[in-house]
Design a protein around this ligand. Structure first.
Ligand SMILES: NC(=O)c1ccc[n+]([C@@H]2O[C@H](COP(=O)([O-])OP(=O)(O)OC[C@H]3O[C@@H](n4cnc5c(N)ncnc54)[C@H](OP(=O)(O)O)[C@@H]3O)[C@@H](O)[C@H]2O)c1
Length: 387
């Protein structure tokens, strides 16, 4: 089924009135938008309607959706330029986004610098998330490193680059197979005691390791890849999080842009773009995986929403403990995405959607063999002789 002309008109209206009007009123073009980066934050801006439906990650109250800031500085090309990304971050805040996600690894280091500059005018009003967990040489990551001394060094660097004296949500980016998780969680617990960190998170942990960490320092959020295309957390992580009262923050909630419908059979990525190495985006996997886009378009036509909005609405509908962090370097995309929080599903619709989705086989693993090896890692046991 294709959207009717009426559906298209309504959808345009929804995008313009629900999200785009604030920008349109400011006569925004790409260049003018970037030039606004240095302008003061717009105190009169109103939150997008869905952003008032607050959610919780442990002790932290957040907007139902955050903003992933990674591609402002790394992995997806072309990069947007600093002024434009700062502007996107500030407009996201104006429209009610209160959770901003970065990491030492993104750049490395440069994304934290950019985010630190962007959030300066409203630092105390938002929840700032960053991540540690790697060693670096010559600005290149050399692998997992979560030794307590490395965590402390990383946090001091993050605080400096983020221009703040506390990080609201500090994640271990990947489990270090050489360091007992009790040492990691104990170090974060100490940092919380010192006021440098407010809450502890983990990304893609092994589930036994998650339980052990949580016993030392309660984990507020697990950040795992979760989207229409990648439903891995439904095979264990989500259940453990719910048992322990931990929130789930889906990273790549748009499957790195795939579930927005922007890629097709002929898509090729620029050299160095991370997505060129993702098997699900290989040319031979595209035809099968694009059936998901057809599904999103059908539901979008019925609900007067875009594929990106349906993707995010579906994640939000999986539970009040889920807070997606779609990444965007584009003001229009960012605003479109916030509209996903206004789209609701009835239980009957959710069941029907799932039936249709599960009938589509997804072709290819979610990442390269190298990246997959870092997911679900269990930390070594802490020996009783260790202090
Ligand atoms: N914990 C981890 O290991 C981990 C790993 C990866 C990412 N993350 C975090 O998760 C965040 C989100 O993940 P992600 O950025 O990798 O993937 P994502 O959010 O699934 O997708 C981002 C991509 O989608 C595009 N996009 C967004 N909204 C769009 C729209 N409405 N229409 C068309 N295209 C749209 C963006 O392009 P435009 O810029 O053009 O909008 C970008 O290319 C990151 O920023 C990062 O903070 C964490």
């Amino acid at each position: 089924m294709n959207p009717s002309d009426t559906d298209r008109t309504n959808l345009s209206r929804r995008l313009f009135l629900g999200t785009g009007a604030a920008l349109a009123a400011a006569s925004v073009s790409g260049g003018a938008f970037a030039a606004q980066a240095a302008a003061p934050v717009n105190a009169a801006a109103t939150p997008a309607p869905g952003m008032n439906r607050k959610r919780r990650l442990g002790p932290l109250e957040v907007s139902p959706m955050g903003l992933g800031c990674m591609s402002g500085s790394a992995f997806f090309y072309p990069l947007p330029g600093k002024a434009r990304m700062i502007s996107v971050i500030r407009h996201a805040r104006d429209r009610g986004v209160t959770l901003f996600d970065t990491a030492e690894l993104y750049g490395p280091f440069t994304n934290e610098e950019l985010v630190g500059e962007a959030i300066q005018p409203f630092r105390k009003d938002i929840v700032l998330a960053s991540k540690f967990g790697f060693a670096y040489e010559d600005n290149q990551s050399t692998g997992a490193d979560s030794r307590p001394s490395t965590i402390r060094r990383a946090v001091e660097g993050s605080l400096r680059r983020l221009r703040t004296d506390y990080i609201d949500l500090l994640y271990q980016h990947r489990v270090d197979p050489k360091v007992p998780i009790e040492d990691v969680a104990g170090t974060v617990r100490d940092l919380i005691g010192e006021g440098k960190v407010r809450a502890f998170g983990m990304s893609e942990p092994g589930l036994e390791t998650l339980r052990r960490a949580h016993a030392v320092q309660p984990v507020a959020a697990v950040q795992n890849e979760y989207s229409i295309l990648e439903r891995g957390p439904e095979r264990g992580a989500l259940a453990v999080c719910r048992e322990l009262g931990i929130g789930l923050v889906p990273w790549a909630p748009l499957a790195r842009g795939f579930t927005t419908g922007r890629f097709g059979i002929g898509t090729r990525f620029l050299p160095g773009d991370y997505r060129g190495g993702l098997p699900r985006m290989f040319p031979d996997a595209m035809p099968a995986n694009l059936l998901v886009i057809a599904l999103l378009e059908r539901w979008g036509a019925a609900k007067q929403a875009t594929p990106a909005q349906i993707s995010l609405a579906w994640l939000l509908a999986q539970g009040a403990d889920i807070v997606p962090i779609p990444g965007s370097t584009d003001p229009w995309h960012m605003l479109e995405n916030l509209g996903g929080a206004e789209v609701d599903f009835t239980p009957e619709e959710l069941a029907r959607f799932r039936g249709e989705l599960e009938a589509i086989p997804i072709v290819g693993p979610r990442g390269s063999p190298q990246s997959m090896a870092q997911n679900g890692v269990e930390a070594p046991p802490k020996r009783s002789t260790e202090p």
